[in-house]
Design a protein around this ligand. Structure first.
Ligand code: ADP
Ligand code: ADP
Length: 227
């Protein structure tokens, strides 16, 4: 069966003036294991809200989210998330950001650090192990954020416009690196973007959402050949 099953999901926020705001209209879709799914749609249509609900970071107004048949209602180790910015802890070095993830929990320090360096090498960041996030460029920070999420060994990686703040050149480099890393680890990825080019380049499947309140208009199978 699908790794994620989204059934009749909806989100309504309460606003400051006592009203309500419908952020996500009824939404249903399934995600198969190892799929790379991109979600595109206009700004404000509820893409982040959808990911945050799947991550267990936001309450559900109606409907269900199933992960391997179990309901999701709070953050769990199997579902990781990378944000556009601020995924890294600013007071930790690059190495500690990766090495102190929950996956490494009880392992001895040398073992955790060796493993973290291996991950950092995958994205060419091993020489920046001792740096702090603010000392890195945006592209470097996102490279670290991606391997940090992967180092926690999630089954599903949720990515909310992770390259949205990068310049075009850096974004293309990171897209290539993400595909290379993804082919290595074979995670299931849900990737939110408002770049249609980005979605076509990355995705096996593209979900297109309407303006707020977002609902799924189309699901395209890109039919990408993977090695
Ligand atoms: P997208 O990611 O597609 O740009 P979002 O999911 O961030 O859209 O937001 C969808 C709508 O919900 C927007 O109108 C946004 O302002 C609103 N929204 C998001 N979070 C909250 C919140 N915590 N309280 C009230 N409204 C919110
Ligand atoms: P994006 O469009 O990239 O999702 P936003 O600027 O819409 O980013 O949202 C950033 C953060 O602010 C999110 O955590 C979202 O939940 C929150 N937020 C967005 N709109 C509102 C709102 N109207 N009221 C309260 N929180 C909001």
């Amino acid at each position: 069966g699908p790794i994620l099953r989204i059934e009749g999901l909806r989100k309504t926020f309460r606003t400051n003036n006592g009203g309500t705001l419908e952020a996500l209209a009824e939404t249903s879709f399934n995600v198969s294991e190892n799929d790379f799914v991109c979600i595109v749609g206009p700004s404000g249509c509820g893409k982040s809200t959808l990911l945050r609900m799947i991550a267990g970071l936001e309450t559900i107004s109606a409907g269900r989210i199933g992960y391997r048949g179990e309901p999701v209602s709070r953050p769990q180790k199997e579902i990781g998330m990378v944000f556009q910015e601020y995924s890294l802890l600013p007071w930790r070095t690059v190495l500690d950001n990766v090495a102190l993830g929950p996956e490494f929990g009880g392992a001895p320090r040398e073992e955790r650090e060796a493993k973290a360096k291996e991950y950092l090498r995958l994205v060419g960041m091993e020489d920046f192990s001792g740096a702090f996030p603010h000392e890195l460029s945006g592209g470097m920070r996102q490279r670290v954020a991606i391997v940090r999420a992967l180092a926690n060994d999630p089954d599903v990686l949720l990515m909310d416009e992770p390259f949205g703040a990068l310049d075009a050149h850096t974004r293309i480099l990171l897209q290539k690196e993400l595909l290379r890393v993804w082919e290595n680890f074979r995670k299931t990825i849900l990737f939110v973007t408002h770049g249609v080019d980005e979605a076509i380049y990355l995705a096996d499947r593209i979900l297109v959402m309407s303006a707020r309140p977002g609902r799924i208009l189309e699901i395209f199978n890109v039919g990408m050949e993977r090695p």
